[in-house]
Structures are given as C-alpha cells and as structure tokens.
Design a protein around this ligand. Structure first.
Ligand code: S3P
Length: 448
C-alpha cells in the first residue's frame, strides 16, 4: 500500500543483558520470489514460513491482480495457484507495490514479455527510486515503459507482444535487476543471458532451477554468466522459506553491543551471497559461534550464539563484499560506533538508492547521537567510541526506511541516553514482530 498511515515515533532506552532465542521471520527476498514463481507455475505451489511483512503482502496482492489465486491458510502458510509462464491477465487497476523495490522491479520483469499493459506505483520512498535500471534492459526484449522524469514511478509498462531474448551485462551489482531480466526471459523464446561481474544474491537462480527451469551458471572472464532457456513450463513447488539473515542481523548486533548479553539466533543463512555481515563482524572481534550447520529450505543455515563483545575493533570492509551485505550497512554502522577505531565502508554508493539514502540517513542520525562520521558519495566512515561509548539522546529521522528505524532503535539499547526515531511504522515492511521480539529478549523499546 502507498504510505504507512500515521508516523509512529518510538524510543529505545539502555537495557540490561539480552537473553533468550531470537526467532526472526522468513526471508523477504525468498518470500517475494516464492509468490512470483508460484504465480508463473502451472498448478498449486505451497509455501510455509512466508514473511507476512507489508512488502510481501503487496506482492501477494499484485500476483492476484495478474490472475493467480493466492490464499493464506494460516500463519506463514500460503498457496499460490499459478497461471503458467505467459498466462498472466492484464490487471484491472494500478499495481501498488508500497515500499518495495524488490516487489516492483521483479513484477515489472515478470509481466514485461506478455502482451499487456500495467501501471505501477508505490509510497513516497519507492516513488523516488530509479526504475531505469530495470526498464533499460527490459526494453531490449521489446518492452516499453513510460514513467516520470528520471524513470520514477508511477510508471506504465507495455509488455512486448513478440519478445526477443536478451544478452545483458549488469552495469550495477543488483539482484533485483538480474532477477527482473531472468523473469522477463522466461517468456521470451530462445536463451536469455545475464552476466554479473560481482555475485549478488542467487535466490532467483536457485528457485528457478527448483521450479524446473533450464538454467546454467558459468564462471567466465566477465563474471557469472547465467543462461536461461525461455518458455519452460514451471512446475509448482513446496517452498519452505528460511529465516531472513537481514532481519537476524538486528538481534545479533544488539546482543554484541548490550553488556552481558548471550542469545541464540537460530537458522541464519550462510549463503555466501548473503552472509557478508557475519564475516565482517567476526573480523571485528565479535563473539559469534556458528552452531549446528545444516540445510533448510534449500539454504545452508547455522544457529548463532551471540555474546556481548566489549573489544570489537573497527576494520576496512572490503568493497567487493558489499553485495553480500548490502542491506546490513546501517546496522553495521551502529556496531562500528560501539567498536574502537575507524570502520571504513567503501564502494557503498548503492546505499544512496535504497528505501532512503542510507549513507545520509545513518550519517546524520549517528552524528546526532554524538558519533564522528566521514562520508563521500561512495563511502561511510564511522569513528568508534568503544563499548557503551555512544552518547545517544537524539531523535533520528527514518525517511520511510525500515532498516534505518531498526538500526537506531538498536543503538538506543546500548547508548548512554535513549535514542528515538521519528517514525518506526516502516518496520512492518520486513520485520513486523521486531518490537515484541526485541522486548522479549530484554530491550526497552516503547512507542512514543
Ligand atoms: C534484493 C536485492 C537487493 C536488496 C533488497 C532485496 C532482492 O537490492 O537490497 O533488499 O531480493 O533481490 P538490489 O538488487 O537493488 O541490490
């Protein structure tokens, strides 16, 4: 839905040790894809553990608008009766993807090679975000798109009636763009090829194979070469959505900075395209044990035992790690503020086109909390103040960005004075149980 209603201020005060188990909800990326691939398969896909965050609910609504039968059976338990590749019907109204860049970009991809017209919009945050990165490669299939200046939503996409297959080298490391091109390639004849120089999250490739598409990934001199054979009949699947490592990052980082904490975070993905934060934290000296490694829902996972870590050190985060932790820089910059020395995050300009300009949002909020920051277009540097060292005592602006809201509420748990956010309502997009889960571990987060 567009907008989140009224702003919901929230405040987080210094709290005692965190204890217990932080069972975070399903993975947002995989939840979107389960609904979309399910809608493109012939027959009934069953999903358990679906994230019932607003972003995913908006995608479920969109898939219904394109003709799929999407039904909730119980908490996290859903079915999608798909219409097959090329079987979408033209939606009768505007598709509102709310706050979700993943939702809108993947859905544009999956309708782009079917002869129909759809108009997309979203909330004030999504309407600022660039869509040209998706509509440029889609135009190679023969798709047309008409949006506002700068390729902004609202935007009308006219699907190609006679699509041609495409060979496309990604100019930005983006799983959303890669996935949009692959989804469009499903209904184009012949082979669609996507080349990515830096590996990004590979859920689309894994799930397409699971749904029966013919897809190969080869390592060439230009990077990963992903080849998809068009016009497959996708077979419905049973999808068990694993927990979201990007949501698990919040209780994990909270336990690292709140004195005396010792928590368990079960089932955290160790997929190499998603686990950059956990590698970075280990390099900083975080006390995290990776227990019980196994496979869940087709993803390698482990249970994390996380303990308060009073001697974390700032590091240089390698820029080539960015795609595997792109959503985790806001919470990493909070941990960095409680480490000693500088944490240098380079090669992160993609953060400027997320739900908010995340470099700016974190820099301004951390400065207001008394932390010294340096930044440029592509870099964020946090000067750590050591365990318990952040003064806090500020109201931070969240700019309709769930991860900015959660990051500052975590900061308040260990800062000297409480930290407030002007609007925590976007948290429902990805982590609707955040407040209850964190308070259940021992946080002191309250409304207002
Ligand atoms: C996502 C890809 C990433 C990430 C987003 C989810 C996905 O975006 O930030 O939260 O599910 O494909 P980009 O593709 O823009 O890097």
């Amino acid at each position: 839905m567009s907008g989140h209603g009224d702003a919901q201020p929230m405040t987080s005060a210094k709290c005692g040790p965190l204890r217990g188990t932080a069972a975070v909800p399903g993975d947002k990326s995989i939840s979107h894809r389960a609904l979309i691939f399910g809608a493109m398969a012939v027959g009934e896909t069953k999903i358990t553990g679906l994230l019932e965050g607003q972003d995913v609910l908006d995608t479920a609504r969109a898939m219904r608008a394109f003709g799929a039968d999407v039904v909730q059976h119980g908490a996290g338990s859903w079915s999608v009766h798909g219409v097959g590749v090329g079987g979408f019907m033209e939606p009768a109204d505007v598709i509102d993807c709310g706050n979700s860049g993943t939702g809108v970009r993947l859905i544009m991809g999956c309708m782009a090679t079917t002869a129909m017209t759809a108009t997309f919009t979203g909330d004030a945050s999504l309407r600022k975000r660039p869509m040209g990165r998706v509509t440029d490669p889609l135009s190679l299939f023969g798709t047309q798109a008409y949006g506002r200046k700068g390729g902004r939503l609202p935007m009308t996409v006219v699907g190609a009636a006679t699509p041609v297959p495409v060979r496309y080298a990604l100019p930005v490391a983006s799983a959303q763009v890669k996935s949009a091109v692959l989804l469009a390639g499903l209904n184009a004849p012949g082979e669609t090829v996507v080349i990515e120089r830096e590996p990004t999250r590979d859920h689309s490739e894994r799930m397409l194979l699971g749904f029966g598409a013919e897809l190969s990934v080869e390592q060439g001199p230009e990077g990963h070469v992903i080849t998809l054979k068009g016009r497959p009949e996708l077979r419905p699947q049973t999808v068990a959505v694993p927990r979201d490592p990007s949501s698990a990052a919040f209780p994990t980082c909270a336990a690292l900075i709140v004195e005396g904490s010792d928590i368990l975070v079960p089932g955290v993905s160790q997929n190499l395209t998603r686990n950059g934060l956990y590698i970075t934290l280990a390099e900083m000296g975080a006390q995290i044990e990776f227990l019980n490694p196994r496979e869940e829902g087709g993803e390698p996972v482990a249970d994390l035992r996380v303990r308060f870590s009073d001697d974390m050190r700032g590091i240089e985060v390698p820029p080539d790690r960015a795609p595997s932790m792109i959503d985790e820089y806001p919470i990493l910059s909070v941990v960095a503020a409680f480490a000693t020395g500088r944490t240098v995050m380079r090669g992160v300009k993609e953060l400027r086109v997320k739900e908010s300009d995340r470099i700016d949002a974190m820099a301004r909020g951390l400065e207001a909390c008394g932390v010294r920051i340096e930044e440029d277009e592509d870099t964020l540097i946090v000067h750590g103040m050591g365990a318990g060292g952040m003064p806090g005592g500020a109201v931070c602006a969240t700019h309709l960005d769930h991860r900015i809201a959660m990051s500052f509420l975590i900061a308040g748990m260990a800062a000297k004075a409480a930290v407030s956010v002007d609007d925590a309502s976007p948290i429902v997009t990805s982590f609707p149980i955040f407040e209850g889960l964190m308070n259940g571990l021992g946080a002191a987060i309250r409304r207002g």
